[in-house]
Write a protein that binds this ligand. Sequence first.
Ligand code: GLA
Length: 410
Amino acid sequence: MKNIILILALSISGFSFGQGNTHVQAAGKYEGLAMTPPMGWNSWNTFATNIDEKLVKETADIMVSSGLAAAGYNYIVLDDGWMTKERDSEGNLIPDPAKFPSGMKSLIDYVHSKGLKFGLYNCAGTQTCAGYPGTRGFEYQDARFYAKLGIDFLKYDWCNTQGITAKEAYATMSNALKTAGRPIVFSLCEWGDNQPWEWGKPIGNLWRISGDIYPCFDCEFKHPENWSSWGFMKIAEMRKDIRKYSGPDHWNDFDMMEVGNEMNDTEDKSHFAMWCMLSSPLFTGNDYRKMSKETLAILTNKELIAVNQDKLGIQGFKYSALDGLEVWVKPLSDGAWAVTFLNRSDAVRKINFDWKKNAFKDADFGYEADFNKTAFKLKDLWKNKDAGTTKKNFTADLASHDVVTLKLIP
Ligand code: GLA
């Protein structure tokens, strides 16, 4: 009887023991660390495993001096490749001394001294995707290491995970981070294979919803090893219907951006507009040291960032599509809306949008705009100027792969 009471008491208080360690697990993620989509820089898209302390320091310096930090970007995240190929004899991870000769702690202190935050990467499997030591079986030890280093963000990948269950693996690491005692944003990178949007909310603050992005508008890039990377419109399309699962502190993550990489400025503009419309986390993935002024202007567009960071945190949806001319809409706070006209075709498209013959209805979140009842003022967020009202048709010629983003103000 005593035993039964003890078991009951332990389960009511939420205690459980997992994966062969004897730590008491704390239940649930650190709440409230990402009430708007996190913004920052991640090393992977441009540098893969070619990362070092000079790159990180220069990136942090430019994040501040260029105005990116003032625009809201504040996480510097080192992706795969920051460790040595083996753990030490006590099972500890070792930041690669050749890449980080001054030590990871001093680099993190440097990033913090600039008023920025710092993130690292690891993997739920036995090895990371690039073949460095994974966390499987070392969850609590690694979490304590990260807490001691003082990181603020952990991206946790899904390679080499044969035979384990995604929900359990991510819950274990989430509990390990909580138990380690430092608030660390937990970024699930499980590619959407096991529908993390259905179970990720109590576990993490954001979750990837697709395989890797590729720097193209709408392509599929097939890797020889039988997996694909995706153009940004492919990812947007793939996951436009899981919007009800995204919101403050639990974001659908459409992947690190390719703005400033291999697309032209028009496509970069569309890519950025879509990530803002979709309330995706905004992680830049370009080389700041070679950034053009056009790229910087796209990434720091205050009005677009405000759409992304709107406090309602609602992922936008595709309202209509005709001949490649798509209309994406997003309810904003204070009765406003963002509307993006996007030309997915290869030729110029004429926009002639009669508001009065249209009405926006957001069935998932219960917002509506009826232009016969309410007139809105229009602001063009790329030109930063007034664009009339919904009493008149909105007209424009839209080049191939270009966007117009309007804010509708009641
Ligand atoms: C996976 C992830 C990428 C990146 C690499 C690193 O492919 O999806 O974002 O982290 O691993 O190896």
